[in-house]
Ligand binder design. Structure first.
Ligand code: ADP
Ligand code: MG
Length: 691
């Protein structure tokens, strides 16, 4: 076996065949390393059995043990439901199974004793469960049972098996201890391998809360290593920066003036100031490495365009990279229009292009005819040859990892010249974090919104009163305004639930607003389906778009007047602020409704108040750090923010400083460990980091 576990493909794990490989890929899992880093999103305590009569809270998860008193099939065909009535000495629970398989009918018989685990809901005061997990009542219960994030084609039991097989393959050769023991301050006393074992199969005696929040010593050990590797790659990037192999590009004020005059609006002071900072960097023979932080709607695209203009006006090319196809397409439309009057050509590479169309675009790029190239990371594939690329703009940089930054730089290097890099992000990172996160970059802040925006009115509403929104929605949709309805992924592990949550919300809205056109977008849909739904919404063909928060909502829909966020108390403030930025993109008065449960904590209310009062992304981000009451928030992955595999900057800031210290010590004293750590965490960035 390969000694670098992050290069060992998942199919070397027993039981993982081609179909599982492609399903795992959807979760970003391609190697054994990715697989063991697929941490549980929660744990089941199967040693705790709840008597049916004691079930009282809607939405709680519970283990029930009982005997099957009756079974029945209701409905016919695809929509039929298999109902099982499970009784213990205190009461009866109805279990409904949708999409059941014929073999299940045979397996589940009367008088049988079984255990189920699932989410409780109440119907006419009676407790019920939908599609729970079944298990044998005699199973070993010394450790918590892990619950994993899933995708289409992988069931929970299979995921548990894959991860267990992967864990069994770990040994001191393929999982060497790479952080010298003397550098770690809070020592767990466990090997790295044992830490992984404990994360996936914690003893019943461990704190479930700490585990669920990734705050156990086992998690911290692994997070510390990831942050250390991240710091090491920043050190590498900084070293590359100092090689003075950039190309100085002179400003061209005349062309810039002409361009600015052709715009339908006047740039803000902040846009001009930040552009000046960029133009100054471009004029040096050190490759620029600058990050522009600007709130949603601050007008980062124009800044990118002005930077690109300076480069193109000098006869070179600029590439603009967006994280998704939809955003790339949106950029292509806007940017090519901006440059039309100056006769500057753009080329766009989109996944959906047919071969011939792609070829035309590739030619434009290779010949140098296109000054500006727009697309997703596909614009850096091997087939793309630039005539003279001198500037790379990375939009929504937080969506790309540091390894991609490393890779990009080495790929784009040509004839010994490193192109200038301009990164842009709408995630305002508090200053303390920015210093560690973006230590290799200079930061510009776009701190002024274009004039004429009406601030978004934000209000809280108890989930129980959501009916009150309906007349407002109806009235405004009749005037062709639109609504986003965001469902919270309460339990990421249950993909079925993800569809169901969006479908339930859709059904609720459709039943109450039968005349409106309602569509859904969720993570389980194919990329093309998601995109089609987004495009329909953008074109105004849909009135309400029901979506989960993890999907791409980065498109500009100026007619969206309201965003409703279910279970708002479970999100981080920064993310709520981002979601809210989906509305208020036009001239219309816009609203953000935070639907909160009645059991919201005082810290939760305080967080919502921050949002009601402020629209300043930086202030909100600082507050987010301050009032993160534990227990309230969801896990990392749900928030879909940063690109770390295990770490989360907001949650793990206490480890940042230690990681920086360890990294600099490893960099000066343990060169072999440095190489190995980078290989382990950034297997793709390897060539770049060795350059
Ligand atoms: P973001 O910073 O979120 O990427 P965009 O660049 O998409 O923001 O800009 C948001 C909207 O504001 C766009 O419709 C854009 O045309 C508009 N805009 C940008 N700059 C200005 C300005 N100086 N005055 C008025 N509108 C502007
Ligand atoms: Mg943008």
């Amino acid at each position: 076996m390969n000694s670098i576990i992050s290069q060992e493909p998942v199919n070397s794990v027993s039981g993982i065949g081609p179909r599982a490989v492609s399903a795992l890929k959807r979760l970003g899992i391609t190697t054994i390393w990715d697989l063991i880093l697929h941490f549980p999103t929660g744990y089941q305590d199967r040693s705790q059995i709840t008597p049916i009569a004691e079930l009282s809270r809607e939405g709680e998860y519970a283990v029930i043990r009982g005997t099957i008193s009756r079974t029945a099939i209701n409905g016919t065909g695809k929509n039929s439901i298999f109902n099982i009535f499970l009784s213990d000495s205190t009461g009866t629970l109805r279990i409904s199974i949708f999409h059941f398989k014929p073999y299940q009918l045979q397996q589940i018989t009367q008088e049988q004793e079984i255990c189920v685990y699932g989410k409780i809901s109440f119907f006419n005061g009676q407790p019920q469960m939908t599609n729970p997990e079944f298990f044998n009542s005699h199973e070993n219960q010394h450790s918590f049972t892990p619950v994993y994030g899933l995708t289409h084609g992988i069931k929970m039991t299979a995921m548990r098996k894959y991860i267990d097989s992967a864990l069994a393959m770990l040994n001191s050769d393929n999982l060497a201890e790479l952080i010298p023991e003397n550098l770690i301050t809070e020592h767990s006393g466990y090997t790295l391998r044992q830490c992984f074992q404990k994360i996936h199969h914690p003893d019943i005696s461990e704190s479930l809360l700490k585990l669920a929040e990734f705050r156990s010593i086992f998690c911290k050990r692994i997070i510390l290593e990831e942050l250390t590797a991240h710091q090491l790659s920043l050190i590498k990037l900084r070293e590359m920066n100092n090689r003075n192999n950039g190309l100085a590009i002179s400003p061209i004020p005349k062309l810039m003036n002409k361009f600015v005059k052709s715009l339908p609006f006047k740039p803000t002071g902040a846009q001009l100031r930040v552009t000046d900072e960029i133009i100054h960097d471009l004029g040096q023979n050190i490759p620029m490495n600058r990050l522009v932080q600007g709130d949603v709607g601050a007008g980062k695209t124009l800044v990118a365009a002005m930077a690109a203009l300076t480069v193109v006006g000098n006869g070179y090319q600029a590439a603009i990279m967006a994280p998704t196809e939809i955003l790339a397409e949106q950029h292509a439309e806007k940017i090519s229009k901006m440059f039309e009057s100056l006769n500057i050509k753009t080329a766009t590479l989109l996944g959906k292009y047919k071969a011939a169309q792609k070829k035309t675009q590739l030619k434009l790029i290779e010949s140098g005819e296109a000054g500006i190239i727009i697309g997703t990371h596909a614009i850096f594939q091997d087939a793309v040859h630039y005539a003279n690329l001198k500037l790379i703009v990375i939009d929504e940089q937080h969506r790309f990892g540091v390894d991609q930054r490393l890779k990009l730089r080495s790929k784009a290097e040509k004839d010994g010249i490193t192109p200038h890099v301009l990164a842009m992000t709408a995630t305002p990172i508090p200053r303390t974090l920015a210093q560690t996160m973006y230590a290799d970059m200079k930061v510009s802040v776009l701190d002024e919104l274009p004039p004429g925006r009406t601030p978004i009115k934000t209000f809280m509403l108890s989930t129980e009163h959501k009916n009150k929104l309906l007349p407002r929605i109806m009235e405004n949709c009749q005037k062709h305004l639109q609504v986003y309805w965001v469902c919270c992924l309460v339990n990421e592990s249950d993909t079925l639930e993800e569809c169901q949550d969006t479908e339930n919300a859709r059904d609720y809205l459709q039943t109450n607003l039968p005349d409106l056109k309602i569509d859904i977008v969720h993570g389980q849909m194919k990329a093309a389906e998601k995109e089609a739904a987004m495009i329909k919404f953008k074109k105004g063909e849909t009135d309400i778009l029901v979506a989960t928060s993890v999907i791409e909502v980065g498109v500009d829909v100026p007619n969206a007047f309201l965003i409703v966020i279910e279970n708002a108390e479970r999100y981080g403030l920064a993310q709520l602020h981002q979601l809210r930025g989906r509305v208020g993109r036009g001239k219309i008065e816009s609203y953000c409704c935070l639907l909160c449960s009645d059991s919201i904590s005082p810290a939760g209310i305080e967080r919502m108040e921050v949002l009601k009062e402020s629209s300043d992304g930086f202030y909100i981000a600082e507050k987010d750090l301050e009032i993160r009451g534990p227990g309230d928030l969801m896990g990392t992955r749900q928030t879909g923010e940063m690109i770390f595999k295990a770490a989360n900057l907001f949650r793990d800031q206490d480890l940042l400083e230690q990681a920086a210290t360890i990294a600099s010590s490893i960099h000066s004293n343990y060169p072999e460990h440095e190489t190995d750590l980078l290989k382990r965490w950034y297997p793709d960035g390897e060539t770049a980091s060795q350059a």
